[in-house]
Write a protein that binds this ligand. Sequence first.
Ligand code: FAD
Length: 284
Amino acid sequence: MYQSIHFNAKSRAVTNASKPEVLEKLRQIVGAENVLVEPDKVEPYGADAVKEKFPPEAVVFPESTAEMVEILKLANEFLFPVTARGGGVGYTGGAVPVDGGIVIGTDRMKKIIEINPDDLYVICQPGLTTFELQQAVEKHGLLFPPDPASYKDSYIGGNIAENAGGMRTPKYGVTKHSVLGLEVVTATGEIIRTGGRTVKNVVGFDLTGLMCGSEGMLGIITEATLKLLPMPEATATVRASFKSMEEACKVLTKFTPEGLLPMAMEVVDKHCIKAIEENFAFGL
Ligand SMILES: Cc1cc2nc3c(=O)[nH]c(=O)nc-3n(C[C@H](O)[C@H](O)[C@H](O)COP(=O)(O)OP(=O)(O)OC[C@H]3O[C@@H](n4cnc5c(N)ncnc54)[C@H](O)[C@@H]3O)c2cc1C
């Protein structure tokens, strides 16, 4: 249970997180340069892609699981709210600190711990963008399939917590289909490990699946073991025009008898084409 929350004249939530001794302890955990408290600096961390602003009292950037544990233990001791944040481009409000307290930014948790081309997995921290991870594994001829359109901004932790999908979803599934195991710090500051490194890891409750899409409510992901695939040997892009939306959608069913499943498909209607042309003039 959190302490009761007060609001100051500017409708900013004020909790125990603002206490000087709490801020001092946070500085001791992550280093003073990794704690933001100035109103203009914390403001951007008060919103996600929807831009409804609820500025936190402080933003803290841990670098390791050990620091994350200490932060959550402190939050328990002083009873202030904690909100995990990745790239901050979600649409659900999950990264928005509506009750104040602190935002835990994962921007410094960018380590790739292992890329294993033999067993087809990568172990990494949650603060890499989807794009950074894809580029790193591509150097080994491997593919990390989840591809939300926000892939250059959204973080692996955010993708898992939102169970993000993308254009490749029909072929490869959503993010949860690429998550083998997780390290999570719970709200009480304990470390748990879910899943493992193998696909056939089915003993016990599916806690990895539970964490996927949990929007930061069940714990903070500090490490992820993600499934990789060999990069396709060749790819080709095809553009086709159809007279009606119905006709366009029917084409999907034509691939299956041919033994094909397209990697990505997008239907673009005439209004969309007009909007694209007005902005980019691709000559569609
Ligand atoms: C232009 C644009 C295009 C988009 N396209 C798509 C798309 O194609 N498909 C799609 O599914 N979504 C899409 N989205 C939505 C968004 O990008 C995804 O939901 C993305 O996964 C959010 O990632 P993030 O790192 O920004 O998460 P954030 O917005 O920072 O956080 C989202 C949630 O994850 C939690 N969280 C973050 N890190 C952790 C962690 N380490 N541990 C536990 N919880 C954590 C937060 O508390 C919050 O609840 C798009 C958004 C934009 C702006």
